[in-house]
Design a protein. Structure first.
Lengths: 413, 156
């Protein structure tokens, strides 16, 4: 492990108050459940606290001073997010409650505008349930079909197999930029080109990518993308739907209510301009301000550096875990592309492993991680996932490896 | 840790768990108990007997002996050793009990005395809560069946 890499976590750990505690009264917390949700630095907590204490009011409505301040901060947050993910203009950033809500929005509204009976939506076998179920619902509403592109039995993604799933009826593809279980990045660029050449709409589930790598949606050429705040040091209850302006103008609103209209009469309504059209009701104002603070915090450190740090921790973990008898990685290739390491131990319950690691202060995730089709496909009932972020250290990885070895020996004996 | 005789009675479990202030040690005992729980035959691993948890599955078969004794016999299995240990605890609490005794058993209190209460909540999706619910449901059906006219089991 290089010196510069170790120094990131050393420098940032003091910014995260929650990390400095003992679990069960005696073990320092080792938080390795970052792919599920991350922790917040003081900068985010203070940004939200300051808004509530000094500046808070509803946005876009009042003409009073507090409403002006909240509106200015909320819209500045939108611009910060637009710059962060490479949107052409801030109106292409729709604040939602998270990735799930963003994907539901696009699945509902895009399908209402485009989807015809017999059309096909192409997903992949490794998708999170939130990038499956909304499409199944949309397909059921419009008489369309959801197609799952297989992956390799060693867990690797197969671009050619995916391409073979295209038919003249394929209207939309949606896929994870980075798998929340297998941890690798899908070949987004060739996938987007292939779909665009065929006039197929592209939706990117970027929940596991935006927190961990520099990304530019406009340059990638995707039509829509979704991600969550809580996976990138931000608050819960906020996420983003990115959509190209032409699409956001073409598709109908999803939720109806206040703010999203330009006019309402007893006989109907006229949708408002972007982005208001898709933000019915009081939006997550303070959450947006917190999310912008999180984005600034990440940008100050640098996502390139964070990505390298996570990968070096994941590499170290895989090297250590390879020495433990019985461990099988869900993605068997050696190349590490993110801070996610998932494995199972045939004959040993993933839940038992997670429970016993918790006794040692280590937080990992056990189960199917909202990817039941993937687990069924791989023939693995449940797996354990450790996921690293900028505040994790090499020492934590070593502690995790040692405790894991003891745990598996204890459960196998 | 001393080997506890298998299957243990509830009293024996209360004595064993009383000396274990630590979660780590309680899990050690549960794992030890779980390893001794005999697997149920494959034919019982059906969807009907499946109690689904988020992270592990449990198969539960509960039968009452015929009247007049009407004593319950619970058999269960799981892919998790910790859950299997908790099944041993459930068996110690309920096996050999009548439907009337089962519905009046305060299992929350017993789990509290054992120091295992954090496992017994609907929020812990480990299947234990669902197992208790199913056992109590069967006992209530049995009581209702004994009181009223002979009717077919509504669950069948």
């Amino acid at each position: 492990m290089s010196h510069s890499i170790s120094s990131i976590s050393a420098a940032v750990r003091q910014d995260f108050p929650i990390l400095h505690q003992s679990i069960h009264g005696k073990h320092p917390l080792v938080y390795l459940d970052n792919a599920a949700s991350t922790q917040r630095p003081t900068a985010v907590l203070e940004a939200m606290d300051n808004c509530y204490r000094r500046d808070y009011s509803n946005v876009h409505r009042g003409i009073h001073e507090l409403s002006e301040r909240s509106t200015a901060q909320y819209e500045a947050a939108r611009q910060t997010l637009a710059d962060f993910v490479g949107a052409r203009d801030a109106a292409e950033i729709i604040f939602t409650s998270g990735t799930t809500a963003a994907l539901n929005l696009v699945a509902h509204a895009w399908s209402a505008a485009v989807l015809q009976p017999g059309d096909e939506i192409l997903l992949t076998m490794l998708e999170h349930h939130s990038n499956i179920v909304p499409w199944q619902q949309a397909a059921a509403r419009h008489g369309a079909r959801v197609v799952f592109a297989p992956i390799g039995h060693h867990g690797s993604f197969d671009l050619v197999e995916w391409q073979k799933c295209f038919t003249p009826r394929t209207r939309l593809v949606s896929f994870a930029a980075v798998s929340n279980v297998l941890g690798y990045r899908l070949p987004i660029e060739p996938m987007v080109s292939y779909a665009k050449e065929r006039g197929v709409t592209v939706v990117l589930d970027a929940a596991q990518a935006v927190p961990h790598e520099p990304i530019h949606f406009e340059n990638l050429g995707v039509d829509f993308a979704a991600f969550s705040g809580h996976k990138l040091l931000g608050p819960t209850g906020i996420g983003v739907l990115y959509g190209r302006r032409q699409w956001l103008e073409r598709i109908p609103p999803f939720l109806g209510g206040g703010s999203m209209i330009s006019g309402v009469t007893t006989s109907g309504f006229t949708p408002g301009e972007l982005p208001a059209k898709f933000e019915a009701g009081t939006p997550p104002i303070v959450e947006a301000i917190g999310l912008a603070a999180a984005v600034r915090y990440l940008s100050d450190i640098g996502l390139d550096q964070i990505a390298e740090h996570e990968k070096s921790l994941a590499r170290r973990a895989r090297e250590r875990l390879t020495q433990i008898r019985g461990i099988a990685f869900l993605h068997r290739e050696r190349e590490v592309a993110s801070g996610i390491v998932s494995f199972h131990v045939p004959g040993v319950s993933a839940q038992d492993i997670a429970v016993l690691l918790d006794c040692k202060g280590i937080a990992v995730r056990a189960g199917h991680h909202c990817t039941m089709p993937l687990h069924d496909f791989l023939g693995v009932p449940a797996s354990v996932r450790a996921s690293f972020y900028l505040y994790n250290t090499a020492e934590e990885v070593d502690y995790f490896g040692d405790r894991l070895q003891e745990t598996i020996e204890r459960l196998s004996a | 840790m001393n080997k506890i005789k298998f299957p243990p009675t509830l009293n024996e479990l209360l004595i064993e768990f009383a000396d274990l202030p630590d979660w780590d040690e309680r899990y050690e005992l549960l794992i030890d108990l779980g390893k001794q729980l005999p697997p149920i035959p494959d034919e019982f691993e059906t969807d009907e007997n499946l109690v689904r948890g988020c992270m592990s599955n449990v198969w539960l078969v509960a039968e009452f002996t015929d009247a007049p004794a009407r004593r319950i016999n619970v058999k269960a299995d799981s892919d998790s050793l910790i859950i299997k240990g908790l099944i041993v605890v459930l068996m110690a609490i309920f096996n050999g009990r009548t439907p009337e005794e089962i519905v009046t058993t305060d299992e929350t209190k017993v789990f509290g005395q054992l120091g295992l209460d954090r496992h017994l909540s609907p929020q812990r999706r480990n299947g234990l809560f669902a197992m208790v619910k199913r056992i109590k449901q069967l006992a209530m059906e049995r009581i209702a069946g004994a009181l009223g006219p002979k009717t077919p089991d509504p669950a069948s």
